[in-house]
Ligand binder design. Structure first.
Ligand code: C2O
Ligand code: CU
Length: 547
């Protein structure tokens, strides 16, 4: 194994990813940032220079478990202090599993302004995947707003009638590019449909060859359907784990998920085809995301002669649930889960209010980040820096009706965390419910830092502690790091708390996490090695660097 050394500089620059000019957060001048290509077992070092004029930053390596390096997880407030303007911070970690991963800002809502990219981890030289393909390609799917994340966070944090929801995205981007219809704005100097930034991204294919396409989503809000006109896809990987192959004509993908699909370039080669994304789960006004599946030697920019396919209906939950059920571990690559759990945590997901502010809560507790990052506080016994309460492990199962808005929407805000026994097996039951408005329940993609979990099952309605565990898949459950919680349904996960550190578990929708939709787990803090002082400097951790 080797050590890969990257020097990155983050900046705020005017770019036009969808033809509309906006301050975009870039890495070495680009959004998405550079793709990290590594082999399993390699050490990745990223020296990150913060060249923002006024903003802090932190970067999370999404799907990398950080075994032995919990301080490199990049979660501001949980594992480190923010990196200040002008500072350089060194991330160092091992990519210990092959597969498709991501990185993105984990400070405020910066991710939605473009600070993200891909990590591709190949098998060690000489080893081959259990499926055949000729070429390897990569696409990140995102949604895009013309307003800045600062304006969004100010609106979300405002009380009473000043509260402003972020609304539907202006565009969907594929590999950082899309096309907003500038004529919708009238004559405007800020929208330029001939900007080179918004030329649709092409994937060039040679007729007859098979492509492994890594498709991942880092949307700030939207659940997506992804399709390539006229081509079926075979799903073979999810979040770095091999999937028992199955075919789809469209792939549902939630923020924080990664997939590999195999596609054969077997259609009429005299033309190009549309690659499209469309919003599902929300009745969105956002137009389709577009890219070009370019058959060599047609020109990369030649639009296909057809109307882009619209994708499935936004409100059809059944096909999305069906895809979730279809994802199983591949034969020959099954890691069976422990037979039973030591602890079960049920998390009721509700929309709430706290002191006139709109929030999201788990068991009526809305998450708030402390001033001293948990990892530093716990390792140094600064237990007065956050609440020592035990957050609730369940809700009033008997009486709570998940099909109506919360009867008493007032929740509490807390920075208390779940402290898990080291090496214990933990089940998490995510229970969805009605939001504040009648007959609405959203899809929440839940992401766990520091671990992969087994997906034991999905169900509709209220999870029944006595009946539903008998339906768990303990035979060939897929392991993932991000999983959807479907509207009015439940999702059951199992993981082993075997990675010393402090780990966030949260909804991957930027605005939802910002509004409190997350929890934090601690395990084996006494086994964490000496913390680097580079993560310190904020809150009460000042004392360790300025004696
Ligand atoms: Cu990709 Cu804590 O997130
Ligand atoms: Cu959510």
């Amino acid at each position: 194994s080797r050590t890969l050394y990257y020097k990155w500089e983050v900046k705020s620059e005017l770019k036009s990813p969808d033809c509309f000019k906006k301050l975009t957060l870039t890495i070495n001048g680009r959004s998405p940032g550079p793709t990290i290509y590594a082999h399993q077992g390699d050490t990745v070092i990223v020296e990150l220079k913060n060249s923002f004029v006024t903003e802090n930053v932190a970067i999370h390596w999404h799907g990398i478990r950080q075994i032995g390096t919990p301080w490199s997880d990049g979660t501001e407030g949980v594992t480190q202090c923010p990196v200040l303007p002008g500072e350089t911070f060194k991330y160092q970690f091992v990519v210990d599993r092959p597969g498709t991963y991501l990185y993105h800002a984990h400070y405020g809502m910066q991710r939605e302004d473009g600070l993200f990219g891909s990590i591709v981890v190949w098998l060690p030289e000489g080893q081959t995947e259990p499926f055949a393909y000729d070429h390897d390609r990569n696409l990140i799917l995102t949604d895009w707003y013309h307003k800045s994340s600062h304006e969004h966070s100010a609106g979300l944090a405002a009380a009473g009638s000043a509260f402003t929801w972020v609304g539907e995205p202006d565009s969907l981007l594929i590999q950082g590019r899309g096309r907003f219809n500038c004529s919708r704005l009238g004559a405007s100097a800020t929208c330029n449909s001939s900007s080179p930034d918004c030329v649709l991204y092409p994937i060039t294919v040679v007729p007859g060859r098979t492509y492994r396409l890594r498709v991942s989503s880092l949307t700030s809000l939207s659940a997506l359907s992804f399709q390539i006109e006229g081509h079926t896809m075979t799903v073979v990987e999810a979040d770095g784990h091999y999937v028992e192959p199955f075919q789809v004509s469209n792939l549902f993908i939630y923020s924080g998920e990664t997939y590999s699909v195999l596609i054969k370039a077997d259609q009429n080669p005299s033309r190009n085809y549309w690659i499209t994304t469309n919003v599902v789960s929300r009745n969105s006004t956002t137009p389709l995301g577009l890219a070009i599946f370019n058959y060599y030697p047609n020109h990369q920019r030649k639009f296909p002669p057809t109307t882009p396919p619209a994708g499935p209906a936004w409100n059809a939950v059944a096909p999305r649930l069906a895809q979730s059920h279809a994802i199983k571990a591949r034969q020959g690559f099954i890691h069976p889960p422990p037979k039973a759990a030591d602890k079960v945590i049920v998390l009721l997901n509700t929309q709430n209010t706290v002191n006139g502010r709109r929030r999201w809560s788990l068991n009526n507790v809305s998450f708030n980040m402390p001033h001293t990052p948990y990892l530093i506080a716990l390792k140094n016994n600064l237990l007065h820096t956050f609440s020592q309460a035990k957050p609730p492990t369940g809700y009033d199962f008997k009486n709570y009706n998940i099909f109506v808005p919360p009867p008493n929407p007032e929740a509490t805000v807390s920075d208390a965390i779940y402290r898990l026994d080291f090496n214990s097996t933990v089940d998490i039951i995510l229970q969805n419910a009605n939001m504040m408005a009648l007959n609405t329940s959203e899809t929440h993609p839940w992401h766990l830092h520091g671990h992969d979990f087994w997906v034991l099952g999905y169900g509709e309605g209220k999870f029944d502690m006595f009946k539903d565990p008998s339906k768990y898949n303990l035979v060939n459950p897929i392991m993932k790091n991000t999983v959807p919680l479907h509207p009015f349904g439940w999702t059951a996960l199992r993981f082993v708390a075997d990675n010393p550190g402090v780990w966030a578990f949260h909804c991957h929708i930027d605005a939802h996490f910002f509004m409190g939709m997350g929890v934090v787990f601690e395990e084996g803090i006494e086994k964490v090695q000496k913390l680097p002082t580079s993560i310190m400097g904020c809150g009460e951790s000042k004392r360790f660097i300025r004696p």
